[in-house]
Ligand binder design. Structure first.
Ligand SMILES: Cc1ncc(COP(=O)(O)O)c(C=O)c1O
Length: 437
């Protein structure tokens, strides 16, 4: 069968990864993968090292990398400024269990860029910041309920689970609504929601289903009218396309905004920024019934702070975002031209994260950030066609998270883009021939 031929060829070029995969399965019950997003059939490559826009696996295969640390590495792998900051800090101590200057410098950088950042709090990851956004909103409003948009991703915790329901997840107090102002107002008018959560850019990785900017601009007015805290999840969009995040790009000021990925320069961590009166719940002055306590061993640990400061000092110039967007534009432009010339059922769209669409092109969008169809099945998630494309691309030296998107950095090159477009052409042609596209 044609399907088997691809897997056979992949196994031939990835024998050591196959052996590691067998070992990994003995420990990691998720088919040997350590994150759901990294699970792929027959198995993913095992990486030995990475630098700039490239990474290499145990079998000596080289890849142009578009996973870019799940979107964290806007400056590419092992940027020299980030690496030397981490090395310097590691020699001075990993964890003081006390206050230190770097945490102030890190907060100062965020506050200097992000409109919402009157006060800041640090976490171990982006999801934790989102969980705290809920806690703070509940403490501030005295309400319990959470309003969320369909398909918006905020992490794996109970409140963030995406339908169909994840086994074991308790979904109480959560209402999901489409991107529809009338529906949003109808829900908000019930005066029972503590928080409205909105994923920056749109659902999944900065906008697989993009947000309409006029819609976003209407949300602060609506939420404040009905006493609900408006939270923007900027874990992916934080600093990616604009130094002030998606909120600055659109010109809004959420009550709370969470960050992860780029904010830490590539180490584990997250941040929540927001209104001083809401974050005042952390203060020792607050009466017990209004006070929120935030513990956390890794909060603002010196190593993560050092990487965050080094990264944001570069990010604040706006140069990395400009370069990543130029490269993304080249990938979209050349990629779409190739797609049209070949008549493939495919499309590329987005900002500095380029989303892959596989399926009939129902219409040609007149902007750069919209998919060419309303069919969310083909737009979202781990579809079999995208998983197959991922293996084809790996065989051509291109690494993606399930071929769902291409995360650009400031250090990808024009040469990388050309190689990627050629690899896409060969992969899509092979899939058409196999009957999988
Ligand atoms: C929009 C969004 N929010 C939250 C998260 C969770 O962040 P973390 O994995 O750092 O907990 C993610 C992770 O990809 C994300 O994409």
């Amino acid at each position: 069968m044609s399907n088997d031929r691809l897997f056979e060829a992949y196994r031939e070029t990835h024998p050591k990864s196959a052996s590691f995969h067998e070992q990994a399965k003995q420990y990691f019950a998720g088919d040997g993968a350590t994150a759901h997003t990294r699970m792929i059939k027959p198995y993913g490559p095992f990486i030995t090292h990475a630098l700039g826009s490239k990474k290499w696996d145990v079998d000596g295969n080289e890849y142009v990398d578009y996973t870019m640390g799940h979107g964290a590495l806007l400056l590419g792998h092992s940027h020299p400024a980030v690496v030397s900051a981490i090395q310097e800090q590691a020699a001075k101590g990993l964890h003081y269990g006390d206050n230190h200057e770097l945490e102030i410098r890190w907060a100062e950088l965020i506050a200097g860029m992000v409109p919402a950042a009157e006060r800041i709090e640090f976490f171990s990851c982006g999801q934790e910041a989102n969980l705290m956004a809920i806690r703070l909103s509940r403490a501030f409003t005295g309400r319990r309920k959470i309003l969320r948009f369909v398909e918006n991703f905020h992490g794996w915790a109970d409140q963030f689970s995406l339908p169909p329901m994840t086994a074991g997840a308790v979904f109480d107090d959560v209402t999901m609504i489409p991107y529809d102002l009338e529906v949003a107002e109808k829900e908000l008018a019930k005066n029972e929601y503590a928080i409205l959560m909105t994923e920056g850019g749109g659902a999944h990785m900065a906008g697989q289903i993009p947000l309409d900017e006029a819609f976003v601009r209407a949300l602060p007015g609506l939420t404040s009218k009905y006493g609900t805290i408006w939270h923007m999840d900027e874990v992916v969009t934080g600093f990616r396309d604009h130094p002030g995040g998606y909120q600055a790009m659109v010109g809004v000021k959420p009550d709370l905004a969470s960050f992860g990925k780029i904010v830490t320069g590539g180490l584990a961590g997250g941040a929540l920024a927001g209104r001083a009166d809401i974050l005042h719940a952390f203060s020792a002055d607050m009466p017990d019934e209004k006070r929120v306590k935030h513990s956390g061993t890794w909060n603002a640990n010196p190593l993560t702070c050092s990487a965050g400061v080094a990264c944001l000092n570069i990010v604040k110039t706006g140069e990395p975002q400009k370069r990543a967007n130029e490269l993304a534009d080249a990938l979209k432009r050349k990629g779409r031209q190739m797609i049209k010339e070949n008549g493939f059922n495919a499309w590329l769209y987005g900002r500095s994260i380029v989303h892959t669409y596989l399926g009939p092109v129902d219409f040609e969008p007149d902007d750069d950030i919209s998919p060419p169809s309303q069919n969310t099945q083909n737009i979202l998630g781990k579809t079999p066609a995208k998983e197959r494309l991922c293996i084809h691309l790996l065989q051509q030296g291109i690494s993606t998270l399930g071929a769902r998107y291409f995360v650009l950095s400031a250090v990808h090159t024009e040469e990388d883009i050309d190689k990627t477009v050629n690899a896409l052409e060969a992969s899509l042609a092979a899939m058409r021939e196999e009957g999988t596209l």
